[in-house]
Structures are given as C-alpha cells and as structure tokens.
Design a protein around this ligand. Structure first.
Ligand code: G6P
Length: 611
C-alpha cells in the first residue's frame, strides 16, 4: 500500500527520494509526491500516476535541499488526484506531512478544525494531520514546540499511521512517528534514510532502527533522538539486517517475479538452514516450546491472508498428520470478526511474509487478549507481527518484491513442515523412522524444486495457447486442492483472467455446468491414493470439451492426456512445494503474453497495511 520515504543528510534529497519511491513501487500506488526543504520553505511536488511522472514536474531538478519526505499513495479516502496526493500541508504551509495508514476519526477532526477556521483542499483523511499539528503548535510555548505539537496531534488520531513531518520553522529537522503502520530508519554513510520497508534502503545501509508504536523520533543533521509517548528521551539499539545489498535487484531477470520463482531452491535451502538435520532433533532453540505446554494444546489456528493463508492450508495437513492436533485455518479478516473460540489451550499461528498485514496483526492481538500463545511466521526481521507475537520463526527467502508471492509461499510451507516435525518430536507422535524419512524428504526439496523449474519451456508453450481466455478452472484433491487455490490466485493476480479453484470431488455439485468446449481445466494430481478418482474427474471435463493441463508426479500414460507436466515424487505432504512451481510459471508467462506489468498488477498492494 502507500509507501513512505525520507532523507536527512548531506546530499541533495530529491534524487534519493525518487530513488526510494521507485524501490517502493512494488507496494502498489496510484500517485506520488515529494517535499524538499529549500532554505526555510517547503517545496511540494506531487501528482497522480507513476513516480516517473515526478521527473517532468518543472523545477524538480532545481531542488537543492538535503531534507525531504516522499510518498506513494494507494487511494483510500478520495480518488487518485494531485490534490489528494501527499505530501499534505497545513493552511499556513508551515508543516508538511506524508502518511501511511487510515485516520478513522478524521471526520470528527475535520469538523473540529473547520470550526476553528481551517480549510481543507483534499478529500483525504491525512490532511487533518498537518492542520492539527499547526493548531497545537500555535498554542504551544517553550523549546520543544514542534515535537510537542506533533505529539499532541498524533495523540488525537485514531486508527493507524506512519508519518514524517517537516516544518519550515525547523528547517534542519524531521519528526517521524508510527502506530500500527510500518516505518524503519536506516543509518547510512551520508545521512538517515526513512522508508516503509527495508528493501527500499538496502542500497544505502543495513543498519536499521525499527520504531515502536508512538516512539517519536527527531532527526536533525547528523543526530537522531528517540522519545516515548510522554516525550521522555531514551536510547535505541540499531539492528543489522543481513540481506545482501543486491537482494532487492533484478539481477538480469526481466521481472522480480521470475527472479523470485528461480530463487526458490535457495530460499528453501536457507529456510531449512540449520533447523533440520538427519539424526538430530529439529533446532527451534529460538522459540523453545516445551512438552508441558504443547501437551496442553487441544487446537491450533492458522490465520493469514492471501497466499500466506494458502501456505497455512498445507501447514494444517502437516500438523494434523504428524502431530494429531486439530488445526483450523482461517482468513484473518474473517477470523477476527467471528468470535473465534480461543483460550490458553489454543496455539495460534500467524503467517505473514511482510509481517505488516493489518488484519493478520489484529487477529494476533485478539488471540493474545484471549489468553492464547501466538506464533508468527514472517520473512521480515523486526516487522510488526514479530514484535507482537510470543514466538517468531523466520523464513529466509530474502526480500520479495513482486506483488504476487512465490518464494515466500514455498518457504512458508517448508517452515511449517519443519515446525510440524519439531512438534511431532516433542510430542512423540511419530516413530523415529517416520521422522527421519520426512526430514530426508524436506532436505531433498531444493534439488527437486530445480526439476520443477525445468518445466518452464513446456509451461510457456501452453501459456501461449491459452493466454487469450476469459475463464479457467483449477482442480485437485487433498493437498492438490490447496495448490489449485494458490494457482488460481496467482492467475487472477497477474493475468486478470477469472479463475476458480475447486476440490475435484465438488465438480459435480455445480461447476461442471460451466464446462464447455475449449474451456481450460488445470489439474494437480500427486496423490497415489486418489489417482483413479482424480483421473475420472479429468475424463469428465474432457468429455464435455475441456482443454486440460495436468501437473503430476504419477505415470498417467494409460490415460493418454495432453499437456502433462511431470514433477518429482516426494512425501505427499510436501508435494505442494513442487507442484505449485509450474503454476507460478504459467501465471507468469500468461501475464507476459498479455503484455501486463507482472510485478505491479493493477489495484494490488504487496503489503496490505490497512483493513
Ligand atoms: C497481499 C499480497 C499477497 C500476500 C498477502 C498477504 O494481498 O499481494 O501476495 O499473500 O497480501 O501478505 P503477507 O505479507 O501478510 O504475507
């Protein structure tokens, strides 16, 4: 969603800001803007459309200020337009603000400010912030007027925010604060860099301050100061993030998504890391879940959104099969409003690549309030969810930039598999032999994913045949159904083709009515125990004229199907990690055939930080 960039240093700010906004483009946006401190005047340049449009605004290249704020906006309140773009200023043009999040009480605040003579130029919730800062500033006296006004204004805000504030009266300062919206500050060689997420800043530094809610931060020249909610100053630890500086670059690939698809063997290898070795217990020493605690658990919830939720569906199969604990998987935005039955005997697992998804974080807080222990699975060190959860385990997929998740998904599935093995070891719910067998299968995954990737040419050829279609179906049984769901989501996200995923056994309960000549049905078929039933389902759609594309690890030669992609055999629980790869490639190549922007699909955001 919206992206924030800021810079306080010794270099010209505007090129750094535009560079940062470009690095954040993947988050999804519809307008962009910057503000640069020029002597004692704040100069704002903004418009709807792409970041690159900013380069054609007259006067941009004349900016010389070394302090600036910048923003990409994903419209919520008010359509995409120049007026609604950030930065926003107060009526006197003394304060400029960029904001990520939603101010839920903005109507009340707008009325309050209007009653006090303020005028509004946009339809945004954000515009109340600079005016509210001005309102409090005009009533302040003393040394710390700017900081104090920002504190008082933000104390009035309900909802979520990450903001940067400039004031023409304090031309060397920037104030930064967040609540429930991501914001990090990097310490570079030539100044401080602020951004909504770490990949945008890897070019400048790997040393980051990860701000807590209501931690007011004043950055001035070469110094940074942190204050708590009551403006008491404190020191703050800087964290070194190990991601390589080039990890967020395309490295010769046409698109981030393709790069990330091909990074999966490495991402999985890194995620396995030293957690899993043959002949040794799994190493989760970072979370240390005790046998006493785990034995009291009678139910596990896995809660997430989008692709992460699909990873959870496979996680359920791992845990139920290996640990014999019932698992319910839910979409975070549903779970949090359905009065879920959660208590101290429930373990709640939350999966979020970004660690910033608003609904997933809210669901976690709900479970914690109800006395459950919470475990986060995230890819981003220090992200909000990891700071809320009792336990955190990390996937080590490296930064994922493409909106459509690929390597994060397979890494999440692998990590959930290892977690289930760890729980099974603690509980003694599987024989040593069964544990060793699945460990061996997990360790072989990176090499088997390489084999799945070799299907690229065949998949591309099929994509060329079907890219013009309007509707498709994905079918499968058991774990294959979970992969069908993910394949269908990938297709919708980046190719804008309508598709539905169905459990094969449900076809006759409705969707088969939609099967007619030449409609494409994509089948995943990896479970030996279900092969005959699944083959019958495929025959049924072929009889009605469907064109099929089949991903399998079984010998289907007797059935004489066309368009069959073979993947390697593995433990049936793990097959989603191999069978999803051709589906990721299929969506990718269809999107390319259609000439679409694979990495930045319309209307979507990488990290959904508002409800
Ligand atoms: C958005 C992204 C998806 C992602 C989902 C959950 O919809 O476009 O790719 O799966 O959010 O994101 P999270 O960061 O919580 O895994």
């Amino acid at each position: 969603m919206c992206g924030i960039v800021g810079y306080v240093g010794t270099k010209k700010a505007y090129p750094i800001l535009i560079n940062g906004l470009t690095a954040l483009e993947y988050r999804g946006y519809d307008s962009a803007g910057i503000a640069s401190m020029e002597e004692n005047k704040i100069c704002v340049m903004k418009d709807k459309g792409r970041v690159s449009n900013l380069n054609s605004i007259p006067g941009l290249t004349d900016l010389t200020g070394t302090i600036g704020i910048a923003h990409t906006r994903w419209a919520t309140h008010g359509k995409p337009s120049k007026e609604n773009s950030h930065p926003h200023m107060d009526n006197s043009e003394t304060f400029a603000v960029v904001h990520n999040g939603i101010i839920e009480n903005y109507n009340d605040l707008r009325k309050f400010l209007t009653d006090n003579g303020y005028k509004f130029l946009s339809q945004t919730d954000t515009e109340v912030i600079p005016n509210l800062i001005h309102y409090y500033f005009s009533k302040e006296s003393g040394d710390n007027k700017f900081l104090s006004a920002v504190q008082k204004a933000t104390a009035d805000l309900k909802g979520s925010f990450a903001i940067e504030v400039l004031s023409s009266l304090y031309p060397n300062q920037m104030i930064v604060v967040r609540k429930d919206s991501p914001l990090v500050i990097g310490k570079g060689k030539e100044g401080y860099h602020i951004a909504s997420d770490i990949p945008a800043l890897l070019e400048y530094t790997r040393d980051f301050y990860l701000l807590d809610d209501y931690e007011y931060t004043v950055i001035e020249n070469n110094s940074i100061s942190f204050y708590d909610k009551n403006l008491n100053e404190h020191s703050k630890e800087i964290k070194n993030i190990e991601w390589a500086a080039t990890a967020a670059e395309k490295n010769g690939y046409d698109d981030y998504m393709l790069k990330e698809i091909y990074e999966q063997p490495t991402a999985i290898r890194e995620t396995i890391g030293s957690r899993l070795k043959l002949g040794e217990p799994c190493d989760f020493s970072d979370i240390e879940i005790s046998k006493d605690y785990l034995s009291t658990i009678n139910k596990i919830y896995i809660v997430a959104c989008g692709t992460a939720m699909h990873a959870g569906l496979t996680g359920k199969k791992f845990i139920e099969n290996l640990c014999k604990i019932p698992v319910e998987v839910d979409i975070a935005s549903e779970f949090r409003y359905r009065n879920p039955i959660v208590d101290s005997k429930t373990l709640c697992i939350f999966i979020s690549q970004s660690g910033e998804t608003a609904d997933t974080i809210a669901a976690l807080k709900l479970c914690r309030e109800n006395g459950a222990k919470t475990l986060a699975v995230s890819n981003v060190i220090g992200s909000s969810i990891t700071r809320e959860a009792d336990y955190t385990i990390y996937t080590h997929a490296g930064p994922e930039i493409a909106v459509a998740s690929t390597k994060a998904y397979t890494s999440q599935v692998v990590l959930l598999g290892i977690l289930a093995v760890y729980f099974a070891e603690i509980l003694g719910s599987q024989s040593q032999e069964a544990i060793e067998n699945i460990k061996k299968d997990i360790l072989e995954l990176p090499q088997k994913v390489e084999t799945s990737l070799k299907s690229a040419d065949e998949v591309k050829a099929f994509a060329k045949q079907i890219y013009g279609e309007k509707d498709m179906f994905f079918i499968g049984r058991g774990s294959d159904y979970n992969v069908a769901l993910e394949g269908s989501l990938k297709l919708k996200e980046i190719s804008y083709i309508h598709s539905e995923a169905y459990a094969s056994g449900e076809l006759k309960h409705g969707p088969i009515a939609l099967i007619e000549k030449d409609i494409t049905v994509i089948s995943i078929l990896t479970d030996e125990n279900l092969v005959e039933k699944s083959i019958s389902n495929i025959q049924e759609v072929i009889t009605r004229g469907a064109k099929t594309f089949i991903i399998t690890n079984l010998d289907l030669s007797n059935a004489h199907f066309e368009n069959v992609i073979h993947i390697e055999k593995t433990n049936p629980l793990l097959s989603p990690i191999l069978s999803v790869i051709p589906l990721q490639l299929l969506s990718y190549y269809i999107s390319k055939e259609k000439g679409l922007d694979v990495d930045k699909p319309r209307n979507l955001a990488k990290s959904v930080t508002v409800e």
